[in-house]
Design a protein around this ligand. Structure first.
Ligand SMILES: NC(=O)c1ccc[n+]([C@@H]2O[C@H](COP(=O)([O-])OP(=O)(O)OC[C@H]3O[C@@H](n4cnc5c(N)ncnc54)[C@H](OP(=O)(O)O)[C@@H]3O)[C@@H](O)[C@H]2O)c1
Length: 333
């Protein structure tokens, strides 16, 4: 019987069990694109899935892993040729559908993009959903008229996390003056090295605004934190500035005044990397390959194996992971 090694989450109380198993190929839902997985990654959402949080998984057993890069084994639709390298992120892979924490994945061809020529598979997963999201956030801010300014900083919240780290590196490379907000003062050197000109302590922002409009500080913001941090950043965003709302590491709800919209023309753009259309993904990946300094990317990466993954689930949910965690499944591919 042909089997595939996978990290399997099984339903249990009070939380699911997570273990490496050999699953029969027949347990995998057949899909046209069969891929040999080289690397996956750990994202905040993967931590939630391994811990059974947020009702992200609808049926068990489940294989997490919202990102993967791998080589095509077969494609029944002939869109891809065996040996082609593809990247899969989002489209609810690793949540509704079995994901990247397995030696093989069965996918729909329109869930994937080709690996850009200038990226290695490992670099692609160093970027992963976090990097794609950071670039989609920049593209969204550009669409709203935000451009680099020598005077006004672009704020990145949750700076030392995955989205934050890549957002800082690419925004700095694009010419923005970047301020990084972090709860980890010990990561100051890391964040400055990535390209943050200023470090803002998290507690300066996380209590919500004192007034509907505060002093204007930010050209714009890439916000991974949400909650009352987002409310405060909104009150401090400059006239015609814009915020890309990316995450909820600090909370899903916020209470804010509409005054920044009405009196300063501030905008908030929602970023949905999961359902982003393929043409936007292709543009974002090509720009990431072009803009992101490979040496900086390397410094963001912690590489782990499948066995170590469950212990990292707690760490990412506690905001203790720095940069990006890449999971090596078959690195010699
Ligand atoms: N919209 C999308 O398509 C999309 C895509 C990817 C991720 N996300 C979301 O974006 C967020 C960041 O994802 P990620 O992969 O970068 O996660 P991550 O690596 O865990 O980074 C999150 C960062 O937020 C900060 N943080 C954690 N807990 C906090 C708290 N209670 N209050 C304030 N700040 C806190 C920490 O940064 P410091 O230590 O530097 O403060 C942490 O490193 C998550 O909420 C994730 O679900 C959304």
């Amino acid at each position: 019987m042909e089997t595939i090694r996978a990290l399997v989450v099984r339903e249990s109380t009070p939380q699911p069990t997570v273990a490496i198993e050999q699953l029969p190929v027949s347990d995998f839902r057949p899909r046209p694109l069969r891929v040999h997985v080289a690397y996956s990654t750990l994202n905040y959402k993967d931590g939630m899935v391994m811990k059974g949080l947020g009702r992200l998984v609808r049926s068990y057993p489940h294989i997490p892993g919202v990102d993967l890069v791998g080589q095509v084994i077969a494609d029944e639709t002939d869109t891809y040729t065996p040996g082609d390298w593809i990247i899969a992120t989002g489209f609810r892979i690793g949540e509704l559908y079995w994901g990247g924490y397995a030696d093989e994945a069965f996918l729909e061809p329109d869930w994937v993009v080709r690996l850009p020529h200038s990226l290695t598979p490992r670099q692609a997963m160093g970027i992963g959903t976090a990097g794609l999201t950071a670039m989609l956030a920049i593209m969204s801010l550009e669409h709203l008229g935000i451009a680099p300014s020598s005077e006004d900083p672009l704020l990145v919240t949750g700076a030392a996390g995955g989205v934050g780290s890549i957002a800082i590196a690419i925004a700095n490379r694009l010419g923005y003056s970047v301020a990084g907000s972090t709860g980890r003062a010990n990561e100051t050197d890391y964040l400055k090295h990535l390209g943050a000109a200023t470090i803002i302590p998290r507690d300066e922002l996380d209590g919500g605004p004192e007034r509907p409009l505060e002093s204007e500080r930010w050209l714009g913001c890439i916000d991974s934190v949400g909650g009352q941090t987002l409310a405060r950043v909104l009150a401090q965003t400059k006239r015609t500035g814009a915020i890309a709302s990316v995450g909820l590491a600090g909370g899903a709800t916020f209470t804010a005044s509409v005054m920044p919209f009405l009196l300063r023309g501030v905008s908030i753009a929602g970023i949905d990397s999961v359902n982003a259309p393929l043409h936007a993904r292709n543009i974002a990946w090509e720009r990431l390959a072009d803009v992101l300094d490979p040496k900086l990317l390397e410094e963001m990466i912690t590489e782990i194996d499948l066995e170590s993954l469950p212990s990292y689930a707690d760490q990412i949910l506690k905001g203790q992971v720095r940069g990006r965690v890449v999971v090596a499944l078959n690195p010699s591919l």
